[in-house]
Design a protein around this ligand. Structure first.
Ligand code: K7E
Ligand code: CUA
Length: 665
């Protein structure tokens, strides 16, 4: 015990001395604190390493985190926003699933429109239901300028459907959900090209090409994968399908994808598995899909020249298919848009190094990462150094001609991230570990290149990992978050459904060190991206009267004292305000069968003065942030005297913030 206390005192003292030195404060009072801290640590039974970890991730109350992590929320359908290094959950963004606190999908017109547009043809047919109300968020992608995160927009795909959402980072709300044509399920990407000309998503499971039904016997002929290049409006961040295009792909299972940058700018990369085209039938005398799909020694890394694809589309060589231009597979081959490189056994992750030169692929069934070199790829393409074609005529580059190195990292390598010093970090699902290894030149040369240098255990079964600014041309290193699938014994058992486990790994030393565990109790996240917090410039309040769909002044904005109720035929339209602590008007009289339209402006101008507006009987629940103007419309089908009330505890007289919707029979 004595030794532990002394050791803790040393650690705490060392940390505090450095801190005090940096702060330029050397007062005796500060040093007196060490003794207190070591006593507290000893009394709590903390080991020195634990104290050091605590100090590494600790962010004092009232202070802000250095980084913000945007994490997928898996099949919660949401996006999680987490501060680093504190690992505090700061926000859950209602994205593909309705979210009552934020009033997302409970009447507020902006949210209804987003959700409707995100359900096939929702807006075109004007239908309100049925509507998709959940998704499986997978891969977030921050918008980029010159290969750096620019803090403007966040895109994330829905693995369950061929969908992508755009979150506006001015207010961290979803402004658009796009149902991507010709795509049943999505996976690869989302990545943004270095200047966010496009965000890319590719399919997961091949789709019957052209829609409808085709028997599995016609899998080869009738099913196809697709790579979608979704054009982004540089002013609004919205996806414009009319400027977007797709590339038809063979019916393999396309998997992860990443964008080229710098040396590989203009290129995109997609992994694949099941190039066997197994379709299952384990009750019909055929191998199960997982056995059938793991037979080949090699699958294909898809190498796509998107700049060339853009030209081909401009030249009018694409076909319209369900509202989007599609480059047919044959054209993609003929025009030199699509090449394959063999990749060992059922690959999963593909990740492009910061300088764009190296493309790192990991195979679930191969204990190596395989590193491709874009210079070699370009050379092999120029020299037509092919080893034949796949059954669809796509040229296959010679493996040895395009590989720069292979590194034995451990079992079950999935995904790779990078730091600022030329190291790569690969998640090992089966080993439950992260492997740190060296990239080739210019980072490391000769014997020192492509060498495993460190490994750290994580808990347990890691999927993705994310490093600070990890997908940019200049990652920060410093922190890595392991997104672990299983937590097993890390938390109290609270029933058979266990949380996922995020672990913060400190990268500042020679050896990686796990310093914090964060349970994720509402989802199975996949990927995350970590941005420097000061790159985000979100609004703290809206200018009064803002429509959050357009971020402009709403035509329905109403000032305090200008409220009114108008009836036209069987439509009752109300211009209402909300401010501490009342709604004006607080009585709205309508008749059964009337269409009711409420425009409510929260006239508050200070931070945090959000009001709610709920009419429970009509399933209306809105969050009206300071300055926001929101509209809700419904038909008063049921007569009665219904109270409406503010759902957000906003003031001492919050409980009095209520009113009456009188629906006369
Ligand atoms: Cu590896 Cu869907 Cu990105 Cu999960 S995928 S882990
Ligand atoms: Cu407004 Cu409570």
């Amino acid at each position: 015990m004595k030794r532990t206390t002394t050791a803790i005192a040393v650690v705490v003292a060392a940390v505090l001395i450095v801190g005090a030195y940096l702060a330029g404060a050397r007062s005796a009072a500060r040093y007196a604190a060490f003794a207190d801290a070591s006593e507290i640590a000893a009394a709590r039974g903390l080991q020195p390493a634990e104290v050091a970890s605590a100090v590494r991730s600790f962010v004092p109350p009232g202070k802000a985190d250095e980084y913000i992590m945007f994490s997928s929320g898996g099949h919660s359908g949401q996006v999680l926003v987490i501060g680093l290094p504190s690992m505090r959950l700061l926000k859950v963004i209602g994205t593909f699933a309705t979210e009552p606190w934020q009033g997302f999908g409970y009447g507020a017109d902006w949210s209804e429109r987003v959700l409707d547009e995100g359900t096939a043809n929702g807006e075109a047919t004007g239908r309100l239901t049925p509507r998709l109300t959940w998704g499986d968020t997978h891969h977030p992608a921050l918008s980029e300028t010159n290969g750096e995160y620019d803090g403007r927009w966040l895109y994330i795909n829905d693995r369950a459907n061929g969908r992508i959402a755009m979150i506006d980072l001015r207010d961290l709300k979803v402004k658009q959900i796009v149902q991507i044509p010709n795509m049943q399920t999505s996976h690869g990407g989302v990545f943004a090209t270095p200047n966010t000309d496009y965000v890319h998503v590719s399919s997961k499971i091949p789709t019957v090409w052209g829609g409808g039904y085709a028997p599995l016997e016609q899998y080869r002929e009738r099913y196809r994968g697709v790579s979608a290049w979704l054009a982004v409006d540089k002013q609004t961040g919205r996806i414009d399908l009319s400027r977007s295009f797709q590339i038809e792909l063979p019916p393999y299972n396309q998997d992860l994808a990443d964008a080229g940058k710098l040396a590989s700018d203009g290129w995109g990369f997609i992994n694949s598995y099941n190039t066997e085209m197994a379709t299952g039938g384990n009750m019909e005398g055929k191998p199960a899909i997982e056995a059938g799909a793991s037979k080949n020694d090699f699958d294909f890394l898809h190498i796509i020249n998107w700049k060339k694809a853009e030209e081909v589309v401009r030249a009018g060589k694409a076909e319209m298919r369900n509202g989007i231009r599609v480059i047919p597979l044959k054209t993609a081959v003929a025009e030199g848009i699509l090449y394959f490189a063999p990749e060992p056994r059922s690959p999963h992750g593909v990740d492009v190094a910061p300088n764009g030169r190296y493309i790192v692929v990991s195979g679930k069934l191969d204990p190596h990462v395989t590193v491709y070199d874009i210079e070699k790829i370009k050379q092999a393409i120029a020299q037509k150094n092919f080893e034949g074609t796949d059954p669809f005529g796509v040229p296959i580059l010679k493996f040895d001609a395009v590989v720069a190195g292979r590194v034995a990292v451990g079992n079950g390598p999935l995904h790779t991230q990078f730091d600022d010093k030329g190291y790569a970090y690969t998640s090992l699902f089966i080993d439950s570990a992260v492997a740190k290894w060296t990239l080739g030149e210019p980072y490391f040369t000769g014997d020192r290149a492509f060498k495993l240098v460190d490994k750290v255990s994580v808990h347990y079964n890691i999927g993705h990992l994310a490093t600070a600014e990890g997908d940019t041309v200049s990652p920060d290193g410093k922190y890595l978050v392991a997104l672990n699938k299983w937590s097993i014994d890390r938390y109290p058992v609270l029933g058979p459904l266990h949380p996922q486990n995020f672990q913060l790994v400190d990268l500042t030393g020679q050896k990686m060190r796990v310093v914090y565990d964060m349970p994720i109790p509402n989802a199975e996240p996949h990927y995350a991206q970590i941005i420097k917090a000061d790159k985000l410039k979100p609004w703290a309040v809206y200018p009064v009267g803002t429509d959050i769909r357009t971020m402009q002044r709403s035509p329905y904005a109403t000032a305090r004292g200008k409220e009114r109720i108008e009836r036209r035929g069987s439509t009752v339209e109300v211009w209402m305000t909300a401010a501490r602590s009342n709604f004006r008007p607080d009585i709205v009289r309508v008749k059964k069968g009337d269409t009711v339209i409420l425009h409510i402006t929260n006239t508050e101008t200070i931070r945090d003065a959000t009001h709610g507006f709920a009419i429970p009987e009509y399933n209306v629940q809105m969050s009206i942030d300071p300055g926001e103007t929101v509209t809700v419309r419904f038909v008063a089908t049921k007569p009665g005297a219904f109270s409406y009330y503010c759902t957000e505890f906003c003031s001492a007289l919050h409980l009095e913030m209520q009113g009456w919707l009188l629906v006369e029979p």
